[in-house]
Design a protein. Sequence first.
Length: 462
Amino acid sequence: MENYPDYPVRKVLNLLALLQTSVELYGTQAAFCRTQERITYHQFERAVLCVAGSLIHDQGRFILIHAEDPFLFAAAYFATVITGNIAVLIDMEHCPSGAVLPPIEYTLTDTDILKHLDIPPISYNSVPPQNSETVCTIIYSSGTTSASKGIMLSQKNLCCNVMSGLEKYRFSCEDRLLQLIPYYHAFGLVCDLLAPLLSGSAICIPDSKAQALSQMASFRPTMMNVPPAVAEAFLTLARRTKNLDIFTGGQLRKLLCGGAGLRAETTKALLQWNIKALGCYGVSECSPCISVNRDNYYKAGSAGIPLNCNKVRIAEDGEIIIRGDNVMLGYYGDPELTAQVIVDGEYHTGDLGYWDEDGFLYVSGRKNNIIVFEDGTKCLPEKLEEVILKHPGVQEVIVFARKTSSGLRLCSLVYVPEIARQEEIKKYILSIPTYQPFFSIEFTQKPLPKTNTGKVKRNVWN
């Protein structure tokens, strides 16, 4: 398998240009599809300009977008940014702990946005000049390993990331994307909204997340962006039914998996059903994509190759460090933390990784997850989790340290739906070579708590 030239991508400097370009190229095509409705790029443009009419009079306001409907969210988001206001994106239903919000001056709900769609759209002549360098979006991290932070992104951050991603990973005007990732997450905003819009893809919106699987066959999506857990679910379904097409509509060909690591075994197994499950790597602070496996140049288990918008290096201690136009402006209200993670223009991710001989990036864990025992030995829990997950009976696992009267001790919590397999799995875990034996191996028949992007909430145990 050899690398090949980048895909051609139309250059856009800001979200206004992205909107205008998509309408120019794909105006009468479907931008969004529901089970009973087709919304063209022209209609989406009109919706954006209708909502913009209510926001045009003031600039620089913090506007919270609190809409459940993805189409209405998208219209409100574009309207907020192109009118010179700042979109605040956060999961208000599960507001992350420790989140420091800016002074919200206006909130756009589904009801508010629908009302704005009834007023005449403004013209592009009324839209203020775009500043691609200043903050346009504050998006909140999921709080997987620490308190949630408000990440300030510019239009330049977002647009360069979209374009660089499309140069490596193909979206096309013939694709239908089943939308699952919420737009208040950076992965969803860029990969489930901005990238398909710039490419002319149709964004398919299920009536609800709970109905996504039952409605897939009617949408017949060609691609999806999902947490690895969804790829694992597809694999389980395929093995159980021997026929995925009756659920997917028969056109699904690729899954881009972000938010957590994708197991190499999952990628290899899904190829039997003609589905490429490809891993990528990113952090919200980098708008968010850093590297991606290409459609026809990939390695199972890797995070792919770097995007053109950033330079990636591995520090002496193994930390992944990023320099590029996709690196955030900073954390809202926390210049001290910003200065700790952005040093001399480089963003220190806190993730550990390494390169292989072909330039593919592998992410091995988090620096602050390393367990240091009293005798100085170290354990990277993600590595142990990777081995434990090789057992077919294990669905999910987290390895952590528990403080006891005898010092730190290695523990694990394992999601195993079948009680009958727990003893067998316990013996398997105890057979794994570790720095010290497991002090505790606990089992649960319920999935582990996760963020909306599919990451296990590690700070619940740490």
